[in-house]
Design a protein around this ligand. Structure first.
Ligand code: ADP
Ligand code: MG
Length: 346
């Protein structure tokens, strides 16, 4: 199902390591003033402009984090960057540079890697970050891609997970659970395809769910808006493991509890419909589905009226004292302790 750009196949060995690096990175032109020296020297040189530097790394391994049967390489490159930028925004910082390291087997052609780097470039351009370095090695099997993102922010504006206070209002930046159902759809189509390669998957009507999984976006608008509005959340996290599990990270580190309300959790109609088709509870998908890359913000009640005016931000509950625990108020007004199911990685 995976598309390659053309029938031409150039072996990595034909270019060699240095030729390959030059070839893949020649279209990346740094634009940020904090990038002093980009690709080409022994190290990149950055100027943090008297700000704090935030740095985050994520690694994606073929067969563990992605399946090329349904993950187009261009989307993979895009998502690898965006998922790291999401971690930078979750600190209330502005991403400015990334490095990309790949470990790749000779099963991959130069053309396939070009497509991967096209996705990387799209994300870098769209979020105005500079690719300033990386590493390239051979692997015995498959593809590993590791991205490091670097962001800057004034020290007093950085948001940690441990700053939430009882009484804070909890907001999320968008609808939850869609990415998880996009993945379920693609997994199902893959199984159908494997048992009957004659059947072409019909995913035309599922662009929303699949798009949320294959081409997520990081929440730059929210961070830009907070800056303009002069609001610094007490705590923030990006929703990569699932609302339950990520809210519990905040509560654990902030030594507090929380109450969120079932009726307020934003779930798209398509997510609800598809969950029911898969015999799943839409609420469970929203609470435990991963990779939504929305932000969860805990803001002072004094700021809450202002935050409510930003159309992207949705109020879902309140931070409580730690003795309260972390609980969900159901539509029938019963309290249920949340469980951190999240993604099971191992
Ligand atoms: P060194 O031998 O000093 O580690 P390399 O030959 O690995 O240098 O890399 C040369 C330059 O290309 C460096 O600036 C490095 O950061 C960059 N680079 C290497 N691999 C990649 C990659 N996959 N993506 C982006 N930049 C890369
Ligand atoms: Mg190197």
């Amino acid at each position: 199902m995976n598309e390659t750009p053309s029938d031409i196949r150039t072996e990595i060995a034909d270019l060699g390591e240095f030729g390959l690096i030059d070839h893949l990175t020649k279209l990346f032109i740094p634009t940020n003033t904090s990038t002093v020296k980009s690709i080409g020297d022994d190290s990149a040189v950055l100027n943090p402009e008297n700000k704090h530097v935030v740095i985050t790394t994520d690694m994606m391994v073929e067969g563990v984090h992605f399946d090329l049967a349904y993950f187009p390489l261009k989307h993979l490159g895009y998502k690898a960057i965006v998922s790291n930028l999401s971690d930078v925004y979750a600190m209330n910082a502005i991403p400015v540079q990334v490095t990309v390291s790949i470990s790749v087997s000779n099963r991959y052609s130069v053309e396939a890697l070009e497509v991967l780097y096209e996705g990387i470039r799209l994300a870098c351009e769209s979020y105005q970050v500079d690719l300033v370095g990386g590493d390239t090695t051979a692997s015995l099997r498959g593809l590993v891609i590791s991205v490091t993102a670097i962001g800057i922010q004034e020290a007093e504006k950085i948001c940690y997970r441990n700053g939430a206070k009882p009484g804070d209002h909890i907001y999320v930046s968008g609808e939850l659970g869609a990415s998880y159902l996009g993945l379920q759809l693609l997994e199902r189509e893959k199984q159908i395809y494997l048992s009957n390669p004659g059947i072409q998957p019909d995913l035309e009507n599922q662009k929303y769910l699949i798009g949320k999984f294959l081409k997520p976006e990081a929440q730059r608008e929210t961070i830009d808006w907070l800056e303009k509005a002069g609001i610094i959340p007490h705590a923030m996290i990006d929703l990569s493991d699932g609302l339950s599990s990520d809210l519990m990270h905040i509560c654990k580190q902030s030594q507090c509890g929380a109450e969120i309300e079932e009726s307020l959790i934003p779930i798209n109609e398509q997510t609800k419909w598809m969950a029911l088709k898969f015999h799943m509870d839409p609420l469970t998908c929203a609470l435990n589905g991963g990779e939504d890359y929305e932000l969860l913000l805990c803001v002072s009640p004094q700021d809450s009226d202002k935050v409510r005016m930003f159309p992207g931000l949705i109020y879902i509950g309140q931070i409580k004292e730690s003795a309260f625990g972390v609980q969900l108020k159901s539509n029938s007004n019963n309290l249920h302790p949340l469980k951190a199911q999240g993604w099971v990685h191992f």
